[in-house]
Design a protein around this ligand. Structure first.
Ligand code: NAD
Length: 436
């Protein structure tokens, strides 16, 4: 099937590549000329495990193409996916200017029946707005479908190729048939396509992300209690998670959620709720808890250094908002960096994939190391902000040798507190007693 994907970022590139992998003829469109040039030349623009291999294969086979021309991209396409940004607007609601801008243009250039699919995360009612924007200029038949994306960065290819479910908001048999044909190869193990009306599909995505963010903030509040009451959050987490109604996943406390989705989607749902005169109290609390949690380590660090960070030097392991991605949007590490720099400290950071993006964002405000151990040189303490696998079982003797104070502040609870105490470290984490 001939498919166009408009927007070639984290979602668009994974979507386009995975549809090409199942034999479709995919053209990805992006306004960023540099990005398109790189992709055409076989240079992948994001870090996502497993993506490069299938990207290169499909590029070589000619099933995956890139262009900056919307006209060229949608030619003969039966389905057009919109994987465009929906950043927060001034009041926190999703800004639809990219989605509606493209919809406006599509109407002018569509030549025959086509299905336009919202893959971006968009507020309830957006499909109607997209339809309206296209209708203004279109003189061919078309349908609008909502197909929110649930992939997780870091495991995006797996999530896309073997989804738990595919949600499709569709109100027309013709469009439904095309969508089910396209997704059939991804659902051979029996996971469902859940068909629903457009509004329910749009809300499902926000409800899912908001629920997951709520789970994280809830456990972060339990971790706060653990620290104050002398309980251990790992024990509480296991005790709670073994209840099948609650489940084991997404119960790990830490230094808050980040990324391009949870923060903006929770905020956007609160805003959408207020537009229908509903005060979404739980989500307001989820946001507040997360804002505070991103800086959870800072008072501990300040206390340890007697409220004087001036002249202190920190090693920072992890910059990405989570492991296995180079995405630093709303990464807790960035908040930690700002707080430490404000206090007069200096920082040397290491991240396996995200340093390029941080350099672009803040340049020489901090220094960057070649590897995790080089980052430790002359540090008064090590701070861990992302749970990359390679940080989980490091060479503690090397850490011991390199950092003067033998102090670790761990925002991701990577190490066992007793074991690290025996190694002679002062170790503070989240929701567990400090080892001194
Ligand atoms: N990143 C995720 O993990 C994830 C997961 C599920 C859903 N989503 C949603 O998917 C959407 C896209 O997210 P993303 O992370 O891929 O964003 P992104 O910023 O990585 O990519 C968006 C791309 O769109 C391009 N673009 C902007 N305007 C354009 C235009 N007029 N024509 C063509 N291309 C244009 C940009 O250059 C960029 O390459 C958002 O709504 C997001 O909430 C993201």
């Amino acid at each position: 099937m001939k498919i166009a994907v408009i927007g070639t970022g984290y979602v668009g590139l994974v979507t386009g590549t995975c549809f090409a992998e199942t034999g479709n003829d995919v053209t990805c469109v992006d306004i960023d000329q540099q990005k398109v040039d790189k992709l055409r030349a076989g240079e992948i623009t994001i870090y996502e495990p497993g993506l490069e291999k299938i990207f290169l294969r499909n590029l070589k086979e000619g099933r995956l193409k890139f262009t900056t021309s919307l006209n060229e991209g949608i030619e003969d396409a039966k389905i057009i996916f919109l994987a465009l940004p929906t950043p927060p607007g001034e009041n926190g609601s999703a800004d639809l200017k990219y989605v509606l801008g493209v919809a406006n243009n599509l109407g002018k250039i569509m030549k025959g029946y086509v299905v336009i699919v919202d893959k971006s995360t968009v507020p309830v009612g957006t499909a109607d707005k997209v339809r309206e924007a296209i209708s203004k200029n279109a003189n061919v038949d078309f349908d609008v479908v909502s197909n929110p994306e649930f992939l997780r960065e870091g495991v995006a290819v797996d999530d896309f190729m073997k989804p738990d479910r595919v949600v499709i908001g569709v109100e027309n048999e013709r469009a439904k048939k095309l969508m089910s044909e396209l997704y059939a190869p991804f659902l051979r193990s029996g996971n469902p396509i859940i068909y629903m009306d457009l509004r329910s599909a749009e809300l499902t995505k926000y409800a899912a992300n908001s629920f997951l963010a709520t789970k994280i903030s809830f456990m972060n509040e339990i971790a706060q209690l653990c620290e104050r009451m002398g309980a251990d959050v790992d024990m509480v987490r296991m005790g709670v998670g073994s209840d099948a109604r609650i489940g084991k996943r997404f119960l790990f406390p830490g230094i808050g959620y980040g990324g391009s989705c949870f923060p903006k989607d929770v905020q956007a749902l609160v805003q959408s709720a207020s537009e229908v005169e509903y005060d979404f109290k739980i989500l307001n609390a989820v946001i507040q808890v997360n804002e505070k949690q991103k800086l959870h380590l800072i008072p501990k660090i300040e206390k340890f250094f007697q409220n004087n960070l001036k002249g202190k030097h920190f090693a920072l392991w992890g910059l990405a908002f989570k492991p296995n991605t180079d995405d630093i949007r709303e990464a807790p590490a960035l908040y930690i960096i700002n707080a430490l720099l404000d206090g007069g400290a200096t920082i040397c950071a290491f991240d396996p994939e995200a340093m390029k993006n941080v350099k672009q964002l803040i340049g020489a405000k901090i220094s960057y190391a070649e590897n995790q151990y080089d980052a430790l040189s002359n540090a008064d303490a090590l701070i861990i902000a992302t749970e990359w696998n390679e940080f989980r079982t490091p060479d503690f003797h090397k850490i011991h040798e390199k950092i003067g104070g033998k102090v670790i502040f761990d925002g991701r609870n990577l190490f066992e507190t007793n074991a690290i105490k025996e190694l002679g470290f002062h170790y503070e984490s989240v929701g567990r007693a400090a080892s001194k």
